[in-house]
Design a binder for this molecule. Structure first.
Ligand code: PSU
Ligand code: MN
Length: 304
């Protein structure tokens, strides 16, 4: 396995010194945001992780290798590249073999992070059960990965392009803990609320770290969703964002969008429908997740 994995200098040094490391995904760079905001945001998020005491490892598939941590040049090249494949679990083998550029989704980032023994991963939002999944069966592979792979994902919940209730049911069935960070309800990405109650509201990153340690010490495999609400000042008006989401869903249906194209199409359509406002909120929430994720990784590291 080792021959496929390349650590950046920074990540390699962090491993040698036993420093806490936080994984970051690359689909958010290639399919989630336009250039150059994507590269700028990725750099800023990496710096926030460092400022909070951990080492960032942005993960992508480049030239037949799994890159754990990207150099500045790699990040720039990747963010500006056109034909980047969106890579989930099923795609990893082919993209490595064909040496194509691959952007890792939440599922694939978890897999690669676990290969490098990285336990915490910061992103924007996870995939989930799509609205209408009872007929389309469109359920993100992210959920199965959360069920099996030992990486905790710090995110701002899930967008209401998904059926949030069904997503929570799926996570419950699969035994995936959903831990609220300073929230009693599941945040819905652009908005810091939803009507879904969470069992666990933790206001201390140490308790989150201890919860994950106990779970993994007991060989209860799988990840967790650590739901960190978007800060109040960036939380978007519910009616406004829901209107944009409804419009995006109608556009997707009328254009026959399905499969892996669905989520990137919807993200793009929402950005259009909000006149770019959703992008600003998206950037703000990822940065906020980076602060919390780095703190959890630091606390976990101290548990030994
Ligand atoms: N949700 C977001 N932003 C994103 C994604 C999801 O709010 O960028 C990306 C993530 O990479 C996630 C993927 O893992 O979309 C899910 O795609 P799908 O629904 O096709 O599994
Ligand atoms: Mn899907």
């Amino acid at each position: 396995m080792k021959e496929y994995i390349v650590l950046s200098q920074e990540v390699k040094a962090a491993k040698e010194q036993g420093l806490p490391i936080v994984a970051l995904e690359s689909t958010i760079i290639s399919h989630g945001m336009p250039y150059p905001q994507n590269v700028q945001t990725a750099r800023e998020v990496e710096q926030i992780v460092r400022d909070n005491g951990a080492v960032p490892a942005t993960i992508a598939l480049i030239d037949g290798k799994i890159k754990i941590g990207l150099s500045d040049e790699e990040l720039e090249m990747f963010g500006d590249a056109k034909d980047v494949a969106k890579v989930s679990r099923r795609d990893i083998g082919y993209i490595i073999a064909s040496k194509k550029l691959g952007a890792t989704t939440v599922a694939a980032t978890m897999i690669c992070a676990a290969m490098a023994d990285i336990k915490f991963f910061v992103t924007g939002g996870i995939g989930g059960v799509h609205r209408g999944a009872e007929t389309t069966m469109d359920i993100s592979a992210d959920l199965e990965e959360l069920a099996t792979t030992d990486v905790a994902v710090i995110c701002a919940g899930a967008k209401s392009i998904l059926d949030l209730n069904l997503t929570m049911e799926y996570l419950e069935t699969k035994g995936v803990p959903v831990l609220g960070y300073k929230t009693d309800v599941l945040p819905s990405f652009f908005n810091n609320k939803s009507n879904i109650h969470l069992e666990y509201n933790m206001d201390d990153t140490k308790m989150i770290a201890q919860t994950m340690k106990a779970k993994w010490d007991l060989h209860l495999h799988g990840g967790a969703v650590i739901a960190n609400p978007i800060p109040d000042e960036w939380s978007m008006d519910e009616d406004f964002i829901n209107g944009a989401i409804e419009k995006a869903l109608l556009d997707a249906a009328s254009q026959g969008i399905s499969g892996k194209d669905s989520t990137p199409f919807l993200l793009g359509a929402i950005k259009e429908a909000t006149g770019g406002k959703s992008l600003e909120s998206n950037i703000a929430l990822v940065k906020n997740n980076a602060v919390v994720g780095a703190k959890i990784a630091v606390d976990f590291n101290k548990l030994g």
